[in-house]
Design a protein around this ligand. Sequence first.
Ligand SMILES: Cc1ncc(COP(=O)(O)O)c(C=O)c1O
Length: 399
Amino acid sequence: MIKRVAQRLAQMEESATLRMAQLARDVAAQGHPVISLSLGEPDFDTPQHIKDAAIRALQTGFTKYTPVAGLPQLRQAVCHKFQRDNGLAYTPSQIVVSNGAKQAIANLSMALLEEGDEAIILSPYWVSYKEILNLSGASVKFVSAGIEQDFKVSAEQLKAAISDKTRLLIYSSPCNPTGSLLTKEELASWVEVLQEFPNLIIVSDEIYEYINFSGQAHASIAQFDQIKEQVVIVNGFSKGFAMTGWRLGYMAAPQWIADACIKIQGQFTSGANAFGQMAAAYALEAEQEATLAMREAFERRRNLLIELLRQIPGFQVNKPQGAFYLFPDVSALFGKSYGNYQIQTDEDLVLYLLETAHVALVGGSAFGNANCLRLSYALGEEDLKEACRRIAEACEKLK
Ligand SMILES: Cc1ncc(COP(=O)(O)O)c(C=O)c1O
């Protein structure tokens, strides 16, 4: 038998975050207590009232297939959320509920892109964008911003990068991996450029919407009427409601795009799980206290982590306004060594910190910036302090 997988897999990379999780488990199995700053999910449990809603839904018969695009109750609740939180009007027919925001992005990639198209990812970027868009056959291009720009691409950079061939632009705000959050003013400057390209679809991934420390309301590019018909918002329940394992996300899209994604999802997976959808509708409509409490905890941790990391020579740390990640530039440590460890790259540093300090983090190259490391602060303050103590100790040894 020839064990041949399809060509499209040949260029797909293994997820760096999952690889790191495995390496960390290997080190832990040797008896070293590893602190992981590599996780992409809240450490909080799903709030009880949301679990209770799922149990009620199970008991009242929400155990069957749902419509492909989601239960009417959830699509309606999502519309209500957009009106309430973002001042955006969508009809339920424009909402497509999926198995996580990840599937929403995959649906868009399959529905909109083909060979000959160009797609732009703003960098640093969430690892899966690249692999999902690559599968479509489109050519993928990156537009990058470093720490000196708070990792935010400027309107001028967009103007230089976009052409009539560009079919899709994708980014997240608040951003994974940088935590950067785009303000209304920054988005307004982008809109000036983007409105010149009416065939360009803008995918705005807003899954970290509720983890916002800026004191300003969340800004979405769909709030600019002149380009709303070009915008697809992707969002979900994983981060703001600590529901990663429930696999529930959604998009709000122009009708023709929603219809195309429903067609694809109908053949791939059908509707998301029924009782989870009822709980998700409840999560959106209920009091948001638990979400606010998580946001506050994340803000405290962000402040603590910034303070501690800024004391470590070689770490350049900006102050991002959202999500639960920091993305320090550590390039000042490249070229240093300790014992057999030569630190030439982000990956060398990650391995050094894992093996000697027993702290797991992810190299920035997986996210498009090899000068940086990604640290998640989805863990308690004591662990964060201990992790920073260990990182500082290990970095001091580098000469
Ligand atoms: C920016 C971004 N978008 C989408 C997702 C996927 O979320 P979901 O769990 O809803 O598939 C993640 C998860 O890490 C993410 O960081």
